[in-house]
Design a protein around this ligand. Structure first.
Ligand SMILES: Cc1cc2nc3c(=O)[nH]c(=O)nc-3n(C[C@H](O)[C@H](O)[C@H](O)COP(=O)(O)OP(=O)(O)OC[C@H]3O[C@@H](n4cnc5c(N)ncnc54)[C@H](O)[C@@H]3O)c2cc1C
Length: 434
C-alpha cells in the first residue's frame, strides 16, 4: 500500500510507492541506485512548503530529515558547508553562534536549505539577492549514484543550473554558503494608506535595506515593514516576549485562523474584516538579530501564487490588481505581499539579470483560490512575470523558455546529468519538456 504525502498548504497530495528516510550521503546514493534499478522515479522532499507539485511522485519520495548540520566552517572567508536537509530554523542560530548570518531571508524559517534554494526562495531588499545567490558550492548525487562537486570553478555549468535546480538534476547533499558577519536589524512596522505608499514606492524601496508591504484587499490600508541594518547597541531593544506572543501567536495565528473560518461562511464581510485586521496589526518598532526579524511563525494555512515582475511594473500591476478586486468583489482575507529583490546571475532565478518586484496573492486554504490566481496570472503575464517555482502558477516550458534567457542551457545540463529522467514528475515535465 502506498503512503500519503501532503504539502504544507494542503493543495498537493501524492501517493509515493516508497518513502525513504536517510541521514547519510551513502543512504542517498543507495536510494538513487535502488530507484533507478527498479525503474521508479525519485523526488526529494524538503519540508513541503512549496505550493506547486514539485515534490509529488508515485515512485520514490526521498526525505533528508536526518541529513542536517553545519559540516565545515571557513571563518576567514565567512563560508559554511551545510548538510542539505538542514532547516533554516536550525541553520540561523548555528550561524549566529559562529558570528555569521545569511545576508537575506524569506519570511519563515521552516524550509530546508536545499528546498529553499531549489525553488529560488527570496526575501526583500533592492540591494540584495535571493538565498540561492549566496550558494558558492554544491555536492550532488547524480542519477547514476555518483557524487559531483560543483562551484564557479568546478563544473561551473552544473553549478549555474543547480543553484535553483528544481530537484531535477540530482539530489543535493551539501550546500556551501557565503555568509556575512552577523547583523542586527531595526524594524519599523506601521499601518499606512496604500495609495500614498504607491506614490512613493520606489523611493521607499531605495531608502531602506528591506521593505515588505502587506496590502489588505478591498481597503486602502497597508502594513508597511521597513528593516534597516544598525550597528551593535543602536536602535530600540527587542520586542518583549509577551508582545511577540500576542502579535505572532495570538493575533497573526490563532485569532486570524478564527477570522478566516468565519469569513469562509460569511464572505460578504471580507472588506469590513480586512479593515479591522489592518488596524489590529498596528505599529511596532524594535531591534533584533537579523534572522529573528526576517522570519516569523505562519500557522494559518493558505495557498499562494507569487510572481516576479520588473521593478518598473510594480505600480501598474498593483493598480490592475486593485481594479480587479473592485470589479470582482472577490472575497480575499489574506493580504497581498509586495517585496523587492536585486538582479542576480543564477540561471533559473526569478531575478536572473533583472531587478524585480515580487507580488504575492494568498487565499485561505478553505476558500477557492482559482479566480484570484487566474486573474493575477493574466495581469502579470502582461508584465513579463516570472512565477516563483514553489508557488501556484500554470506556466509551461514554452512560456518559461521565453522568460529565462538561460533556460536551454539549464535543459542541456539536465539532459547530460539525467538522460533517463529519474528525477522527474508530471509537473517537472510540464515545466521543462517542450
Ligand atoms: C508559510 C510559507 C512562507 C513562505 N515564505 C516564502 C518567502 O518568504 N520567500 C520565498 O521565496 N518563498 C517562500 N515560501 C516558499 C518556500 O520557501 C519554497 O517553496 C521552498 O522551496 C520550500 O522549501 P522546502 O524545504 O519545504 O522544500 P519542498 O517544498 O519540500 O521542495 C521544494 C523543491 O526542492 C527540491 N528539493 C528539496 N531538497 C532537495 C535536495 N536535497 N536535492 C534536490 N532537490 C531538493 C524538491 O524536490 C522540490 O523540487 C513560503 C512557503 C510557505 C508555505
Amino acid at each position: 500500500m502506498s503512503a500519503t504525502w501532503r504539502n504544507w498548504g494542503g493543495n498537493v497530495v501524492a501517493h509515493p510507492r516508497v518513502v525513504t528516510d536517510t541521514s547519510t550521503v551513502e543512504g542517498v546514493v543507495g536510494a538513487v541506485r535502488s530507484a533507478a534499478g527498479r525503474g521508479l522515479r525519485l523526488r526529494v522532499a524538503g519540508t513541503g512548503h512549496s505550493f506547486t507539485p514539485l515534490v509529488a511522485t508515485d515512485g520514490v519520495l526521498l526525505r533528508l530529515d536526518g541529513l542536517t548540520g553545519v559540516l565545515v566552517v571557513d571563518r576567514d572567508r565567512m563560508r559554511v558547508c551545510v548538510a542539505a536537509g538542514t532547516p533554516l530554523h536550525r541553520l540561523n542560530p548555528a550561524l549566529q553562534a559562529l558570528g555569521l548570518a545569511l545576508p537575506n531571508l524569506g519570511d519563515i524559517d521552516r524550509q530546508t536549505i536545499s528546498g529553499a534554494i531549489s525553488t529560488g526562495t527570496h526575501g526583500t531588499g533592492v540591494r540584495l539577492q535571493g538565498i540561492a545567490a549566496a550558494v558558492c558550492g554544491l555536492v550532488l548525487v547524480l542519477a547514476d549514484g555518483s557524487l559531483l562537486r560543483c562551484s564557479a570553478e568546478e563544473s561551473p555549468e552544473v553549478f549555474e543550473a543547480a543553484r535553483v535546480g528544481l530537484g531535477a538534476l540530482g539530489v543535493v547533499v551539501e550546500v556551501e554558503l557565503q555568509c556575512v558577519a552577523a547583523f542586527r536589524l531595526h524594524a519599523r512596522e506601521s499601518g499606512e494608506s496604500f495609495s500614498a505608499v504607491l506614490e512613493g514606492i520606489h523611493d521607499l524601496a531605495d531608502a531602506h535595506d528591506h521593505v515588505d508591504m502587506h496590502w489588505f484587499p478591498h481597503t486602502d490600508r497597508v502594513l508597511l515593514k521597513r528593516n534597516d541594518r544598525v550597528a551593535p547597541g543602536e536602535g530600540p531593544g527587542p520586542l518583549p516576549g509577551w508582545r511577540r506572543r500576542l502579535d505572532d501567536d495570538l493575533l497573526a495565528n490563532r485569532l486570524y485562523e478564527g477570522v478566516n473560518r468565519v469569513l469562509t461562511r460569511a464572505p460578504a464581510a471580507t472588506a469590513r474584516v480586512n479593515r479591522l485586521s489592518a488596524r489590529v496589526l498596528g505599529a511596532r518598532e524594535y531591534t533584533d538579530d537579523s534572522w529573528r526579524v526576517f522570519c516569523s511563525s505562519r500557522e494559518v494555512r493558505f495557498v499562494e501564487s507569487e510572481y516576479a515582475v520588473p521593478r518598473a511594473s510594480v505600480v501598474p500591476v498593483l493598480e490592475e490588481l486593485r481594479a480587479w478586486f473592485e470589479r470582482s468583489g472577490e472575497p480575499v482575507p489574506f493580504p497581498v505581499e509586495v517585496r523587492f529583490v536585486g538582479a542576480d546571475d543564477v540561471w533559473l532565478s526569478t531575478a536572473y539579470e533583472r531587478d524585480n518586484a515580487y507580488v504575492a496573492v494568498h487565499q485561505y486554504h478553505r476558500m477557492d483560490p482559482s479566480r484570484l490566481f487566474a486573474a493575477f496570472e493574466a495581469i502579470v503575464a502582461e508584465h513579463e512575470g516570472r512565477p516563483h517555482w514553489g508557488k501556484v502558477h500554470t506556466l509551461g516550458a514554452e512560456r518559461l523558455q521565453a522568460l529565462y534567457p538561460r533556460f536551454d542551457d539549464y535543459r542541456a545540463v539536465r539532459d547530460r546529468l539525467d538522460p533517463t529522467r529519474l528525477f522527474t514528475n508530471a509537473h517537472v515535465a510540464h515545466l521543462l519538456d517542450a
